[in-house]
Ligand binder design. Structure first.
Ligand SMILES: [Zn+2]
Length: 324
């Protein structure tokens, strides 16, 4: 098996433009890929190839000042880029037959999937993917913080002798970090702990340049939460029950795809630096045990609410207050 370290750069639109495009497409589009950088490693983690392409976006055609400053990609370079369908076809060919992706952080694969989706292109070939950041944490200090690639490079004393925020350079740096880790063991442990995720991404992440959600209900009314697509076949999922709200601002939604089975969509909410909300959004296959647990917690919640309203009869006099 080959390992492909992947890094993307994407362009963003200013809020008004982004909103108009998303309305037109009826899809959330956080950014449009403008560079794909990848390095291929053989099973001994020896570098055996690289791929880099500048992509011309279809919707966010004007380069964002901040993106240009960060990546060094100019409007002219972007305009001369390859359309995504061609770039993706070539990239897929570069990946070959038997491969797994290694990315630094959880964002790149969902971003590429969203981009392929708006071009009506298949994306299942991106499914075998591992977040090297998680493997790094596990094999170093066991922490759960999101560490930068620069941090990992310093940790292993890898000199940073190429500019960062170039997709190919970052993919290469990711490959160098991978070489310092026990990737095989990392993947084995990863499959056990996280392999069940069909989809895992951040929504409303202001740090990543996303618009945060002003209120929790705004997030819960987002199509990504209440009208999600099946991660496998991209058809709309069907709701199977009420959302479960649990401690620590967690929400669990029970969904079904007629073709791919029952699934849970979970949200773990966090505050952004600017006081808006973001959430880790994950979709997993639902096991019988998990379904039983969800139903039991939902029932327990209903009983607790009933008990509470019995204890405070005054609340019931005002029906508006009880409308949950
Ligand atoms: Zn499906």
């Amino acid at each position: 098996m080959y390992y492909i370290t992947l890094d993307l750069e994407w362009n963003q639109a200013y809020a008004q433009k982004a909103l108009a495009v998303q309305r037109r497409l009826c899809a959330r589009l956080r950014g449009e890929v403008i560079q794909i950088g990848a390095v291929k490693l053989d099973k001994h983690l020896r570098v055996c190839g690289s791929y880099s392409v500048i992509v011309r976006p279809k919707h966010f055609k004007k380069i964002h000042k901040h993106v240009s400053e960060l990546t060094g990609i100019s409007q002219e370079m972007m305009d001369a880029g390859v359309p995504l369908p061609t770039a993706a076809e070539n990239f897929k060919r570069f990946c070959g037959e038997d491969f797994a992706f290694l990315t630094w952080g959880p964002d790149d694969i969902p971003m590429l999937k969203d981009n392929l989706h708006i071009h009506d292109m298949p994306s299942e070939w991106l499914d075998r993917t591992y977040d090297l950041q998680v493997i790094f944490n596990k094999q170093t200090d066991g922490g759960t913080k999101q560490r930068s690639l620069e941090y990992a490079m310093e940790y292993f004393e890898i000199p940073q002798n190429l500019p960062a925020h170039d997709a190919l350079n970052d993919a290469y740096f990711t490959a160098l970090v991978a070489q310092k880790l026990d990737v095989k063991e990392g993947i084995r442990a990863y499959d056990v702990s996280q392999g069940q995720y069909l989809e895992s991404s951040m929504i409303g992440d202001a740090d990543a340049g996303d618009d945060g959600y002003v209120t929790v209900s705004e997030m819960l009314e987002d199509a990504a939460v209440c009208r999600p697509l099946c991660p496998i076949c991209k058809k709309p999922l069907i709701s199977k029950g009420k959302p479960l709200h649990s401690k620590g601002q967690r929400y669990t939604y029970y969904y079904e795809c007629k073709k791919d089975g029952e699934m849970f969509l979970t949200l773990k909410l966090h505050r952004n630096f600017n006081d808006t909300w973001r959430a880790k959004r994950q979709i997993t296959h639902a096991t019988e045990e998990q379904i039983a647990e969800y139903k039991q917690k939902l029932d327990a919640g209903t009983i607790r609410r009933r008990a509470r309203s019995r204890r405070s009869p005054r609340r019931r006099k005002n029906p508006a207050q009880n409308a949950e």
